[in-house]
Design a protein around this ligand. Sequence first.
Ligand code: ZN
Length: 133
Amino acid sequence: MLQQLTVRTSAGECLIDITGEVERAVRAANVAEGTALLYVPHTTCGITIQENADPGVQHDMIMVLRRIYPRKDPAYRHIEDNSASHLQASTMGFSHFVFVSGGRLVLGRWQAIYLAEFDGPRTRTVLVKVLRD
Ligand code: ZN
């Protein structure tokens, strides 16, 4: 069963913790042991796993991605004028997997799953498929 999560992002660039929504999808799949596959069908947002304790980590990730990929560059050719958003999203990647054990996501103590928005705010989709062992 392919599940679809809807995530409303709140800013042009932000990391949204979707761990709770993914946990709910895992419970809905009723899989005790397996693998959760996560995929975002977008080109200007990605998905990542990062620390959930200090919000400074999220700030620093966005800050450094801004430095690497400037908003404006006369060499950009993309007609939509959001090349930085595409580059940032590709850097994060569009898919992840997380093991499932005991019906729960297997994440490290400080880990959370984030939708990484780079061209918001807008409504995004996260697809979740939980494979049984
Ligand atoms: Zn574009």
